[in-house]
Design a binder for this molecule. Structure first.
Ligand SMILES: [Zn+2]
Length: 154
């Protein structure tokens, strides 16, 4: 399902005056001819525990968020992003995307600096991450081997 399909789908499930869970801006109904700016305010489903980390599609595992917030949040954990939303997105709803991204990155860096100085914890987290993306790594390695073979034959 594409991003656009998802917006159309969740749009149908919404009532009027529905607001984004994070920025509290009013969500818009999807229309084929709407501007990109308006499209950013279409409804999407945002998983609280990401599916990549074992989250399900159950009703209690998602919130309805605008497309802009959903994209900005990406893989950031719910509780980490919610604080950012409460303190930045709600009081400053019109900040340009590059400023939002910069401040979000800085916020994450601050968090990492303060709590993640334990190399052992970092290594454990990294191993867990590698296991999760193993398929992608295998595919990448496989393609690299194929490319190397081709180069040697040439
Ligand atoms: Zn939003």
């Amino acid at each position: 399902m594409t991003y656009l399909d998802r917006m159309r789908l969740y749009d149908k499930t919404l009532g009027r005056d529905h607001k984004c869970h994070y920025c509290k801006r009013l969500l818009l109904s999807y229309k084929a001819d709407m501007s990109l700016e308006d499209m950013a305010l279409c409804a999407t489903k945002d998983h609280i525990i990401p599916k990549a980390l074992g989250g399900t599609n159950a009703d209690d595992n998602y919130v309805v968020a605008c497309a802009a917030c959903n994209r900005l949040k990406a893989h950031i954990p719910y509780n980490v992003f919610k604080v950012f939303a409460d303190m930045v997105l709600i009081p400053f709803p019109d900040l340009p995307l590059h400023i939002l991204r910069n401040s979000l990155n800085l916020y994450i860096m601050h968090l990492l600096e303060r709590s993640c100085t334990n190399t052992k914890i970092m290594r454990t987290a990294c191993t867990a991450t590698l296991l999760r993306v193993k398929e992608g790594i295998d595919e990448y390695e496989g393609n690299k081997v194929k490319a190397d073979r081709k180069r040697k034959r040439a």
